[in-house]
Design a binder for this molecule. Structure first.
Ligand code: DAH
Length: 347
Protein backbone atom coordinates (compact mmCIF):
# COMPACT_ATOMS: atom_id res chain seq x y z
CA UNK A 1 0.00 0.00 0.00
CA UNK A 2 1.45 3.38 -0.94
CA UNK A 3 1.50 6.35 1.35
CA UNK A 4 -1.23 7.97 -0.74
CA UNK A 5 -3.39 4.83 -0.43
CA UNK A 6 -2.92 5.01 3.30
CA UNK A 7 -3.87 8.68 3.23
CA UNK A 8 -7.02 7.94 1.23
CA UNK A 9 -7.97 5.24 3.68
CA UNK A 10 -7.34 7.53 6.65
CA UNK A 11 -9.46 10.24 5.08
CA UNK A 12 -12.37 7.85 4.50
CA UNK A 13 -12.06 6.51 8.03
CA UNK A 14 -12.00 9.99 9.49
CA UNK A 15 -15.04 11.11 7.48
CA UNK A 16 -16.95 7.98 8.47
CA UNK A 17 -16.05 8.49 12.14
CA UNK A 18 -17.19 12.12 11.93
CA UNK A 19 -20.66 11.03 10.84
CA UNK A 20 -20.99 9.09 14.07
CA UNK A 21 -19.98 12.04 16.29
CA UNK A 22 -23.04 13.20 18.28
CA UNK A 23 -21.84 15.91 20.59
CA UNK A 24 -19.14 18.50 21.04
CA UNK A 25 -17.16 16.41 23.51
CA UNK A 26 -16.97 13.53 21.07
CA UNK A 27 -16.02 16.01 18.37
CA UNK A 28 -13.05 17.20 20.43
CA UNK A 29 -11.92 13.60 20.78
CA UNK A 30 -12.27 13.07 17.03
CA UNK A 31 -10.21 16.19 16.40
CA UNK A 32 -7.34 15.08 18.61
CA UNK A 33 -7.42 11.49 17.25
CA UNK A 34 -7.19 12.53 13.61
CA UNK A 35 -5.89 16.10 13.39
CA UNK A 36 -4.07 16.55 16.72
CA UNK A 37 -0.29 16.86 17.01
CA UNK A 38 -0.08 13.18 17.98
CA UNK A 39 -3.04 12.28 15.75
CA UNK A 40 -3.21 9.81 12.86
CA UNK A 41 -2.77 12.49 10.19
CA UNK A 42 0.45 13.86 11.68
CA UNK A 43 1.80 10.37 12.14
CA UNK A 44 1.13 9.47 8.49
CA UNK A 45 2.58 12.72 7.16
CA UNK A 46 5.91 11.84 8.73
CA UNK A 47 6.19 9.24 5.90
CA UNK A 48 6.50 12.10 3.35
CA UNK A 49 10.19 12.50 4.17
CA UNK A 50 10.90 8.91 3.07
CA UNK A 51 9.47 9.45 -0.44
CA UNK A 52 11.75 9.96 -3.41
CA UNK A 53 12.29 13.69 -4.00
CA UNK A 54 10.38 13.63 -7.32
CA UNK A 55 7.14 12.31 -5.71
CA UNK A 56 7.27 14.54 -2.71
CA UNK A 57 5.66 17.77 -4.07
CA UNK A 58 2.59 15.96 -5.45
CA UNK A 59 2.20 13.87 -2.32
CA UNK A 60 2.66 16.95 -0.14
CA UNK A 61 -0.08 18.74 -2.08
CA UNK A 62 -2.36 15.74 -1.65
CA UNK A 63 -1.70 15.74 2.10
CA UNK A 64 -2.52 19.43 2.30
CA UNK A 65 -5.73 18.95 0.39
CA UNK A 66 -6.76 16.04 2.60
CA UNK A 67 -6.04 18.04 5.75
CA UNK A 68 -8.05 21.00 4.41
CA UNK A 69 -10.96 18.70 3.58
CA UNK A 70 -10.94 17.21 7.08
CA UNK A 71 -10.74 20.65 8.70
CA UNK A 72 -13.66 21.87 6.68
CA UNK A 73 -15.67 18.81 7.59
CA UNK A 74 -14.77 19.45 11.23
CA UNK A 75 -16.05 23.01 11.04
CA UNK A 76 -19.31 21.92 9.49
CA UNK A 77 -19.78 19.23 12.10
CA UNK A 78 -19.07 21.75 14.83
CA UNK A 79 -21.68 24.15 13.48
CA UNK A 80 -24.23 21.34 13.18
CA UNK A 81 -23.62 20.13 16.74
CA UNK A 82 -23.74 23.63 18.26
CA UNK A 83 -27.04 24.22 16.51
CA UNK A 84 -28.41 20.97 17.80
CA UNK A 85 -27.32 21.75 21.36
CA UNK A 86 -28.90 25.16 21.24
CA UNK A 87 -32.10 23.70 19.88
CA UNK A 88 -32.07 21.16 22.65
CA UNK A 89 -31.59 23.86 25.27
CA UNK A 90 -34.48 25.89 23.84
CA UNK A 91 -36.74 22.90 24.05
CA UNK A 92 -35.67 22.08 27.59
CA UNK A 93 -36.21 25.66 28.78
CA UNK A 94 -39.52 26.15 27.10
CA UNK A 95 -42.04 28.14 29.18
CA UNK A 96 -45.70 27.36 29.08
CA UNK A 97 -47.14 30.83 28.80
CA UNK A 98 -50.67 29.48 29.15
CA UNK A 99 -50.08 28.34 32.76
CA UNK A 100 -51.94 30.51 35.27
CA UNK A 101 -49.55 32.82 37.20
CA UNK A 102 -48.72 32.70 40.89
CA UNK A 103 -49.85 35.84 42.70
CA UNK A 104 -47.10 37.43 44.83
CA UNK A 105 -48.16 37.53 48.48
CA UNK A 106 -48.78 41.08 49.58
CA UNK A 107 -47.99 42.28 53.10
CA UNK A 108 -50.57 44.00 55.24
CA UNK A 109 -50.83 45.99 58.43
CA UNK A 110 -50.76 44.05 61.67
CA UNK A 111 -54.11 44.17 63.49
CA UNK A 112 -52.42 46.09 66.34
CA UNK A 113 -51.27 48.75 63.88
CA UNK A 114 -54.73 48.91 62.39
CA UNK A 115 -56.43 49.32 65.76
CA UNK A 116 -53.85 51.92 66.87
CA UNK A 117 -54.62 53.96 63.77
CA UNK A 118 -58.34 53.65 64.45
CA UNK A 119 -57.74 54.83 68.02
CA UNK A 120 -55.60 57.76 66.83
CA UNK A 121 -58.27 58.96 64.47
CA UNK A 122 -61.13 58.50 66.97
CA UNK A 123 -59.31 60.47 69.69
CA UNK A 124 -57.53 62.76 67.23
CA UNK A 125 -60.90 64.05 66.09
CA UNK A 126 -61.64 64.90 69.73
CA UNK A 127 -58.51 67.06 69.83
CA UNK A 128 -55.94 64.67 71.32
CA UNK A 129 -52.44 64.98 69.90
CA UNK A 130 -50.05 62.01 69.77
CA UNK A 131 -46.94 61.90 71.98
CA UNK A 132 -44.36 59.24 72.63
CA UNK A 133 -42.16 58.45 75.61
CA UNK A 134 -39.34 55.93 76.31
CA UNK A 135 -39.81 52.17 76.69
CA UNK A 136 -36.90 51.97 79.13
CA UNK A 137 -37.83 54.04 82.15
CA UNK A 138 -36.49 55.03 85.51
CA UNK A 139 -38.16 53.97 88.72
CA UNK A 140 -38.82 57.67 89.24
CA UNK A 141 -40.99 58.08 86.13
CA UNK A 142 -42.62 54.65 86.12
CA UNK A 143 -43.59 54.85 89.82
CA UNK A 144 -42.47 57.74 92.01
CA UNK A 145 -43.78 60.68 89.99
CA UNK A 146 -47.04 58.75 89.61
CA UNK A 147 -47.55 58.92 93.35
CA UNK A 148 -45.90 55.59 94.21
CA UNK A 149 -42.88 56.20 96.44
CA UNK A 150 -40.48 53.27 97.03
CA UNK A 151 -42.20 50.49 98.98
CA UNK A 152 -45.68 51.74 98.07
CA UNK A 153 -47.88 48.61 98.15
CA UNK A 154 -49.63 49.53 94.87
CA UNK A 155 -46.41 48.78 93.01
CA UNK A 156 -47.46 45.14 93.30
CA UNK A 157 -50.05 45.85 90.60
CA UNK A 158 -47.21 45.93 88.08
CA UNK A 159 -44.88 42.94 87.95
CA UNK A 160 -41.77 44.59 86.63
CA UNK A 161 -38.79 43.64 84.48
CA UNK A 162 -35.77 45.43 85.93
CA UNK A 163 -32.59 46.13 83.98
CA UNK A 164 -29.13 45.52 85.39
CA UNK A 165 -27.56 48.82 86.35
CA UNK A 166 -24.28 49.72 88.01
CA UNK A 167 -24.38 50.46 91.76
CA UNK A 168 -25.23 54.12 92.31
CA UNK A 169 -26.92 54.44 88.90
CA UNK A 170 -30.67 55.14 88.82
CA UNK A 171 -32.86 52.02 88.69
CA UNK A 172 -33.91 51.23 85.12
CA UNK A 173 -36.84 49.07 84.09
CA UNK A 174 -39.03 48.24 81.11
CA UNK A 175 -42.04 50.47 81.54
CA UNK A 176 -44.99 48.53 82.89
CA UNK A 177 -47.48 51.05 81.55
CA UNK A 178 -47.54 54.19 79.41
CA UNK A 179 -48.53 56.33 82.40
CA UNK A 180 -45.00 57.78 82.88
CA UNK A 181 -45.59 59.47 79.52
CA UNK A 182 -48.15 61.66 81.30
CA UNK A 183 -45.33 63.42 83.13
CA UNK A 184 -43.43 64.24 79.91
CA UNK A 185 -46.56 65.55 78.21
CA UNK A 186 -47.48 67.64 81.25
CA UNK A 187 -44.02 69.12 81.72
CA UNK A 188 -43.91 70.07 78.04
CA UNK A 189 -47.22 71.92 78.27
CA UNK A 190 -47.71 73.24 81.84
CA UNK A 191 -49.29 75.59 82.74
CA UNK A 192 -51.24 75.48 79.47
CA UNK A 193 -54.08 73.04 78.85
CA UNK A 194 -53.17 69.78 77.12
CA UNK A 195 -54.99 66.93 75.45
CA UNK A 196 -52.64 64.12 74.43
CA UNK A 197 -52.49 60.40 73.81
CA UNK A 198 -49.30 58.38 74.26
CA UNK A 199 -49.20 55.03 72.49
CA UNK A 200 -46.44 52.51 73.05
CA UNK A 201 -45.27 49.10 74.09
CA UNK A 202 -45.24 47.97 77.72
CA UNK A 203 -43.77 44.95 79.47
CA UNK A 204 -44.77 42.93 82.50
CA UNK A 205 -43.40 39.87 84.20
CA UNK A 206 -46.65 37.98 83.70
CA UNK A 207 -47.90 34.48 83.38
CA UNK A 208 -48.91 34.41 79.70
CA UNK A 209 -52.57 33.46 79.21
CA UNK A 210 -55.40 34.08 76.73
CA UNK A 211 -55.83 37.55 78.27
CA UNK A 212 -52.32 38.47 79.42
CA UNK A 213 -49.06 38.86 77.52
CA UNK A 214 -45.59 39.87 78.74
CA UNK A 215 -45.50 42.52 76.01
CA UNK A 216 -48.47 44.56 74.89
CA UNK A 217 -49.40 48.02 73.78
CA UNK A 218 -51.12 50.72 75.75
CA UNK A 219 -52.53 54.05 74.74
CA UNK A 220 -52.39 56.58 77.54
CA UNK A 221 -54.56 59.67 77.41
CA UNK A 222 -54.65 62.92 79.38
CA UNK A 223 -56.76 66.03 79.28
CA UNK A 224 -55.83 68.89 81.60
CA UNK A 225 -57.32 72.35 81.89
CA UNK A 226 -59.67 74.49 83.92
CA UNK A 227 -62.83 72.78 85.19
CA UNK A 228 -62.25 69.44 83.51
CA UNK A 229 -64.57 67.06 85.30
CA UNK A 230 -65.39 63.41 85.68
CA UNK A 231 -68.33 63.99 83.32
CA UNK A 232 -65.82 64.95 80.62
CA UNK A 233 -64.00 61.70 81.19
CA UNK A 234 -67.19 59.65 80.90
CA UNK A 235 -68.36 61.53 77.83
CA UNK A 236 -65.02 61.10 76.10
CA UNK A 237 -64.79 57.37 76.78
CA UNK A 238 -68.39 56.59 75.83
CA UNK A 239 -67.99 58.58 72.60
CA UNK A 240 -64.80 56.67 71.94
CA UNK A 241 -66.52 53.29 72.48
CA UNK A 242 -69.39 54.27 70.21
CA UNK A 243 -66.94 55.33 67.56
CA UNK A 244 -65.21 51.95 67.64
CA UNK A 245 -68.06 49.55 68.29
CA UNK A 246 -71.14 51.38 67.07
CA UNK A 247 -73.86 53.39 68.84
CA UNK A 248 -75.51 50.30 70.29
CA UNK A 249 -72.46 49.25 72.30
CA UNK A 250 -73.07 48.61 76.00
CA UNK A 251 -70.44 50.01 78.37
CA UNK A 252 -70.02 50.35 82.11
CA UNK A 253 -67.78 52.12 84.61
CA UNK A 254 -66.68 50.36 87.79
CA UNK A 255 -65.03 52.04 90.74
CA UNK A 256 -61.38 51.04 91.00
CA UNK A 257 -58.08 52.14 92.44
CA UNK A 258 -54.96 53.59 90.86
CA UNK A 259 -52.42 55.60 92.86
CA UNK A 260 -52.24 58.28 90.17
CA UNK A 261 -55.96 59.00 89.92
CA UNK A 262 -58.66 59.90 92.41
CA UNK A 263 -61.36 58.81 91.92
CA UNK A 264 -60.42 55.88 89.70
CA UNK A 265 -62.53 53.69 87.44
CA UNK A 266 -62.30 50.80 85.06
CA UNK A 267 -64.22 50.87 81.81
CA UNK A 268 -65.79 47.72 80.41
CA UNK A 269 -67.36 46.79 77.09
CA UNK A 270 -69.87 44.02 76.67
CA UNK A 271 -68.12 40.76 75.74
CA UNK A 272 -68.06 40.26 71.97
CA UNK A 273 -68.04 36.51 72.20
CA UNK A 274 -71.05 35.83 74.41
CA UNK A 275 -72.84 39.22 74.17
CA UNK A 276 -72.92 39.43 77.93
CA UNK A 277 -73.98 35.84 78.64
CA UNK A 278 -70.62 34.93 80.21
CA UNK A 279 -67.86 32.84 78.63
CA UNK A 280 -64.21 31.85 78.90
CA UNK A 281 -62.94 35.08 77.35
CA UNK A 282 -64.79 37.38 79.78
CA UNK A 283 -64.24 35.02 82.71
CA UNK A 284 -68.02 34.51 82.81
CA UNK A 285 -68.73 38.14 83.71
CA UNK A 286 -70.18 39.18 80.34
CA UNK A 287 -67.83 42.21 80.28
CA UNK A 288 -64.31 42.91 79.11
CA UNK A 289 -62.20 45.60 80.68
CA UNK A 290 -60.46 47.77 78.09
CA UNK A 291 -59.04 50.56 80.20
CA UNK A 292 -58.34 52.15 83.54
CA UNK A 293 -59.03 55.84 84.10
CA UNK A 294 -59.72 58.54 86.60
CA UNK A 295 -59.22 62.14 87.66
CA UNK A 296 -55.50 62.90 87.82
CA UNK A 297 -54.27 62.93 91.41
CA UNK A 298 -53.21 66.41 92.64
CA UNK A 299 -49.72 65.08 93.46
CA UNK A 300 -49.28 63.89 89.87
CA UNK A 301 -50.52 67.22 88.51
CA UNK A 302 -47.96 68.95 90.70
CA UNK A 303 -45.21 66.59 89.54
CA UNK A 304 -46.13 67.50 85.98
CA UNK A 305 -45.78 71.21 86.74
CA UNK A 306 -49.46 72.14 87.19
CA UNK A 307 -51.18 73.85 90.09
CA UNK A 308 -54.01 71.53 91.18
CA UNK A 309 -55.81 74.58 92.63
CA UNK A 310 -56.00 76.06 89.12
CA UNK A 311 -56.55 73.07 86.83
CA UNK A 312 -57.89 69.55 86.89
CA UNK A 313 -57.65 66.70 84.45
CA UNK A 314 -58.55 63.18 83.59
CA UNK A 315 -56.36 60.33 82.40
CA UNK A 316 -56.93 56.90 80.97
CA UNK A 317 -54.79 53.97 79.86
CA UNK A 318 -56.20 51.43 77.43
CA UNK A 319 -55.02 48.13 76.01
CA UNK A 320 -55.31 48.28 72.22
CA UNK A 321 -54.99 44.49 71.89
CA UNK A 322 -58.05 44.20 74.12
CA UNK A 323 -59.79 46.81 72.01
CA UNK A 324 -58.88 44.85 68.86
CA UNK A 325 -60.01 41.54 70.39
CA UNK A 326 -63.42 43.05 70.96
CA UNK A 327 -63.61 44.69 67.58
CA UNK A 328 -62.44 41.72 65.52
CA UNK A 329 -63.63 38.87 67.74
CA UNK A 330 -60.15 37.53 68.60
CA UNK A 331 -60.30 35.13 71.53
CA UNK A 332 -56.65 34.93 72.57
CA UNK A 333 -54.16 37.78 73.03
CA UNK A 334 -51.25 35.44 72.25
CA UNK A 335 -52.17 35.56 68.55
CA UNK A 336 -50.90 39.14 68.34
CA UNK A 337 -47.28 38.15 68.87
CA UNK A 338 -47.50 34.70 67.27
CA UNK A 339 -46.36 35.90 63.84
CA UNK A 340 -48.73 33.24 62.48
CA UNK A 341 -49.60 34.15 58.88
CA UNK A 342 -52.93 32.34 59.09
CA UNK A 343 -53.94 34.82 61.78
CA UNK A 344 -52.45 37.89 60.11
CA UNK A 345 -53.96 37.14 56.69
CA UNK A 346 -57.42 37.65 58.16
CA UNK A 347 -57.04 41.39 58.68
N1 DAH B 1 -51.48 52.58 83.95
C1 DAH B 1 -52.61 51.75 84.30
C2 DAH B 1 -52.26 50.30 84.06
O1 DAH B 1 -51.33 50.01 83.40
C3 DAH B 1 -53.80 52.10 83.49
C4 DAH B 1 -54.32 53.43 83.85
C5 DAH B 1 -55.26 53.59 84.84
C6 DAH B 1 -53.87 54.56 83.22
C7 DAH B 1 -55.77 54.80 85.18
C8 DAH B 1 -54.35 55.82 83.54
C9 DAH B 1 -55.31 55.91 84.54
O2 DAH B 1 -53.95 56.93 82.95
O3 DAH B 1 -55.79 57.15 84.84
O4 DAH B 1 -52.95 49.45 84.57
Amino acid sequence: MTLIDELNQLEREAMAALDGVENLAALAEWKSAFLGKQGAFSRLSRGLGALPAAERPAAGARFNAARAALEQALEQAEARLKDAERQHAFEAEQVDVTLPGRAPSVGRLHPTTQILRTIYSALGEMGFQVWESPEVETDEFNFQLLNMPPDHPARDMWDTFYLETAPGEPTLLLRTHTSPGQIYAMRANAPNPVRAILPGKCYRYEQVTARHEMQFYQVEGIAIGERISFADLKGTLVAFAERLYGKAVRTRFRPSYFPFTEPSVEFDIECFLCSGEGCRVCKHSGWLEILGAGMIHPTVLRNGGYDPEQVSGFAFGMGPERVAMLRYGIDDIRWFFSGDERFLQQF
